[in-house]
Design a protein. Sequence first.
Length: 113
Amino acid sequence: MHELALCESVLSILQGQAKTQQFDRVKTVWLQVGALSCAAPDALDFCFRAVTAGTLADGARLEVIRTPGQAWCMRCGETVMLGERYDPCPQCGTFEVQVTGGDEMRIKELEVE
Ligand SMILES: [Zn+2]
């Protein structure tokens, strides 16, 4: 259900932009999704189709760009990359990490007509 909510917010952003930038159709959406956002690309694609059916983005292609997760490791005292939210620090293996980035989602680019 998480992905459904994400896609609904993407659609409302598209509708808002369609008004301000005056386009009628969205052909492709490049969506930047943080690795820690817990959104599965397959589920995103499925939900995107369901949510956009009959809208300005009906039949649009969704391109998901995964961005790595970032965390601060208290043990190492530096920023490390995380593949998943509950992964340990890749350097020291402890769980003394605080997520600092990579859990966001934003529209990177749009192809419209
Ligand atoms: Zn560490």
